[in-house]
Design a protein around this ligand. Structure first.
Ligand code: CS2
Length: 435
């Protein structure tokens, strides 16, 4: 089972499942977020789609066969049918950082969709719900009712300790909906934490044309990069595909890999997204080729590396590989896509390093540039406004730099706004990255 049928899932978890030694024994039933279109398109082609790995001089196209059923997220009845199926032992999720609807701890009790889902599930545990955590709770209630066995939930979004994050959210929601479910969950359910990596832009008409030119009549192709990495930690409550035979790594401690990827790749991505779009670039490769933006990325990498625990040689090699990945002009990775949901992304990508640097008495230029560029994007009414907290960002459009910066930093973390030296540095940095 998968929640969050999109391009990334099809380039990553579905691809690993298709390449596992035991691929013939597994199939994925995948659900979109809400939209019906992709589910219908994939259903019309029996779940098959082409995956193009793109790099200058090294394109490779294959057909991926692991998705055996594609459903719209609104097809709640189908979701509950899988819950009762003993053959379903693993649920992966890619619901985006914002999709977990996290609060300060557990789920966000202030979110009106959460309140609505709680009321719905209390009244009828089989009624359709809106949020991803509620869909999972509905799934678990149906599984318990059907006497279903062990299940492992494997979140695949860019959040540190994503297994723990999802557990906290689901358990908190469970306590609001039906506390008696917890005892069943303790016995039958486990959460695995993962680091996922593969740069996969949203699909476009160009991808359809490319597939056609390669001889495939595919209305739902995916384009990605050759690189892929998956590191998983935790206990499974049942069988899972032999992902390790396709190159996934099972380890005891995923944190060092998560931090390396979140800070160096995703942190740099966010910096590129805001600073690059302010300077008129459209894609990651274009922004990365701009020496002014690139110098900020290098500064950011230096700062972040000071706080990563993997050996220096590993980090240096990762930076070299990332440099080639960001420079890959065969992929059009739009900055506007990465700029979405900044209030959810920056706190996990940039703030841990920023806090550690401030504690050690330094003013980290790269981290400051990332925050300043995000603030500039909000103040200019740019792509940063595509955010679950848009209502709180919009009043700051056009605000003077000093007042706006303080308020926006406070939105990410109130303690940041108390750091007067930091606020000054952020206001000053905006001058360095002009629109
Ligand atoms: C990107 C990620 O959109 C974003 O925020 O930073 O989707 C990134 O491309 C992936 O994490 C790469 O593995």
């Amino acid at each position: 089972m998968h929640l969050g049928l999109g391009a990334f899932f099809r380039a990553h978890q579905a691809w690993y499942t298709a390449h596992a030694d035991d691929a013939a024994e597994w199939g994925i039933a995948a659900f979109t977020g809400r939209s019906r279109a992709l589910a219908d398109t994939l259903t019309a082609q029996d779940g098959l789609y082409t995956l193009a790995e793109l790099a200058p001089g090294a394109d490779h196209v294959e057909t991926v066969e692991s998705v055996v059923a594609a459903h719209a997220g609104t097809d709640h009845e189908a979701l509950l049918r899988y819950a009762a199926d003993a053959a379903v032992t693993v649920m992966t999720t890619t619901v985006t950082e914002a999709g977990y609807v996290r609060g300060a701890s557990g789920i966000d009790h202030e979110d009106s969709r959460v309140a609505a889902d709680v009321a719905t599930l209390r009244a009828d545990p089989r009624a359709p719900v809106q949020t991803a955590p509620a869909r999972i709770v509905a799934f678990l209630l149906a599984r318990r009712a059907a006497g279903g066995g062990g299940l492992t939930i494997v979140p695949c979004d860019n959040l540190p300790s994503n297994g723990d994050v999802l557990r906290d959210v689901v358990e908190d929601l469970t306590s609001l909906v039906d506390p008696s479910l917890q005892a069943w969950a303790d016995e039958h359910l486990s959460y695995v934490t993962t680091m996922v990596d593969r740069i996969t832009p949203a699909s476009t008409d160009d991808d359809v044309a490319r597939a056609r030119a390669a001889g495939f009549d595919d209305a739902a192709p995916v384009a990605t990069e050759p690189f892929a990495e998956w590191v998983l930690a935790g206990e499974f409550r049942g069988p899972h595909p032999a992902w390790e035979t396709a190159g996934a790594t099972f380890t005891d401690d995923v944190v060092p890999y998560e931090e390396r990827k979140l800070f160096l790749l995703n942190g740099a991505h966010s910096l590129l997204a805001y600073a690059g779009s302010a300077r008129g670039h459209e894609t990651v490769a274009e922004a990365f080729a701009d020496p002014l933006v690139r110098s900020r990325v290098e500064a950011w990498w230096d700062e972040a590396c000071r706080h990563l625990t993997l050996p220096a040689g590993d980090l240096a090699a990762y930076r070299v590989a990332l440099t080639a990945r960001f420079a890959n002009t065969s992929i059009r990775h739009l900055l506007a896509q990465i700029a979405k949901d900044g209030t959810q992304k920056l706190p996990v990508r940039i703030l841990p390093t920023l806090r550690r640097e401030r504690t050690e008495g330094r003013m980290p230029d790269g981290a400051v540039a990332a925050l300043a560029a995000w603030i500039a994007s909000v103040r200019a009414g740019g792509p940063a406004l595509d955010d679950p907290l848009a209502e709180r960002l919009r009043p700051l459009v056009g605000m003077p730099a000093d007042a706006g910066s303080r308020d926006l930093l406070a939105l990410l973390d109130p303690a940041l706004a108390q750091d007067a030296e930091l606020v000054r540095a952020v206001v000053h940095a905006q001058v360095l990255v002009p629109r």
